[in-house]
Design a protein around this ligand. Structure first.
Ligand code: ZN
Length: 407
């Protein structure tokens, strides 16, 4: 039942849009180039083949990690080939050296600037838990894990089969018990992004693009769903499109112009009236009342005024600040989320009211930027018997589904 669907957490970050990626990555400048790298990718793209393997930078939203606990039987592949005894290890960065220790032992098993390892048994995973700082709970990974020290940073790269990557992404990006056809639609979107992947490219694991949270998130049916649509991508004028999606549109999606006035660069996107997400918890307006102080801190100067809305009901232009500067509605929403909390206006179909006591009331419907596929809508369509093809056609009527080689 759609009524039972719940999001584990809100995810409102924009996906796959260079301008928005810069905005939301303000505090993580190291990632900006990475994000832009995706878009610098090959305008000369000329084929729909998906990669067999991809590389993903893990914990990309937590650049300060200097030590990990590693759980599981592991096999070193670099700098030496060796299967290690035991199933609990720690890896610390000291200067530019990485030191691998067993359990709580003080003895160093190996020192190197670069270490690669994988689970000793095929089909097993290794659990990685950041120790210093303990920023996030442990996550499980299959494939090859390469730890590298350089410039005071400890980075972890996961080389993983592309199909497994897609299965983990669609599992990470959807709530439990998500309908199968909605999962397949998600898989096609992720594959459309992978169609631009070149050997050596580095993907990330955060919501700046798509979340890849490891095998503990893997849904039991995800691998089968990926197999059924493997190789299929959404294309426009024979090129794979950059996929956009969001949690819930609140009644109407928006075209690409909402994300920054560059609608011409995203002609495959359409503004769609969507009633399939009506059971989403974000259909009812989220109403927040903010104190005058906190609102003024985020938006000093004159009270923001929406001067233009798009066909989806989202503010396109907002005039605000000391100089009554006009910014895009999308920039406004990002700033509000970053400075006042994403729960204040989870959706972008928003309006502002100044109350008599000076407080500010923010009302919004939906969750996320509202462009592209509406995830709750896709689940609603699937629960009514629609297929992933129907779902993709509904949200991306201008794009085509390329046939791959599912097996
Ligand atoms: Zn919707």
């Amino acid at each position: 039942m759609v009524m039972n669907y719940r999001f584990r957490r809100f995810r409102f970050n924009v996906r796959k849009y260079p301008f928005s990626a810069i905005l939301s990555l303000k505090k993580l400048p190291g990632l900006i180039l990475l994000a832009l790298g995706v878009f610098a990718a090959q305008p000369l793209w000329a084929g729909a083949a998906l990669p067999n393997w991809v590389q993903v930078q893990l914990f990309e939203a937590y650049p300060g990690i200097q030590a990990f606990q590693i759980q599981g039987r592991l096999q070193l592949t670099q700098p030496v080939q060796r299967t290690l005894k035991g199933d609990l290890f720690t890896l610390h960065q000291h200067g530019n050296q990485l030191e691998l220790r067993q359990g709580k032992s003080t003895g160093v098993l190996l020192k190197s600037t670069r270490l690669s390892l994988k689970a000793a048994h095929a089909g097993s995973t290794l659990r990685l838990t950041p120790l210093t700082p303990p920023v996030v709970k442990g996550r499980q990974y299959s494939g090859l894990l390469t730890f590298q020290s350089g410039g005071g940073q400890l980075s972890v790269i996961n080389r993983v089969a592309a199909r497994d990557y897609v299965a983990v992404v669609i599992s990470s990006e959807t709530p439990p018990n998500w309908p199968q056809e909605a999962l397949k639609a998600q898989a096609v979107l992720t594959q459309s992004r992978l169609a631009r992947y070149q050997p050596g490219d580095l993907l990330g694991d955060s919501t700046q693009r798509e979340a890849y949270l490891g095998d503990a998130y893997l849904k039991s049916k995800a691998r089968r769903m990926v197999s059924e649509v493997w190789g299929q991508t959404l294309t426009y004028q024979k090129r794979p499109v950059t996929p956009y999606y969001h949690a819930s549109c609140g009644g109407h999606t928006s075209g690409g112009e909402y994300l920054g006035g560059e609608g011409a660069a995203t002609p495959w996107l359409s503004a769609i009236a969507c009633h399939y997400c009506v059971l989403s918890p974000f259909t009812k307006p989220t109403v927040s009342v903010l104190s005058q102080n906190s609102f003024q801190k985020a938006f000093p100067g004159s009270f923001p005024m929406v001067t233009q809305r798009d066909g989806g009901g989202r503010p396109l232009r907002v005039r605000q600040g000391k100089n009554k500067k006009v910014i895009s509605g999308y920039q406004f929403w990002i700033r509000m989320g970053q400075q006042l909390g994403w729960d204040k206006a989870p959706g972008t179909r928003l309006s502002l009211t100044r109350l008599a006591d000076g407080k500010v009331q923010v009302s919004s419907t939906g969750a996320g930027h509202g462009v592209g596929l509406c995830q709750w809508g896709a689940a609603g369509m699937a629960s009514q018997g629609k297929t992933y093809r129907d779902i993709l056609k509904f949200y991306f009527p201008k794009a085509k589904l390329s046939e791959g080689n599912p097996f």
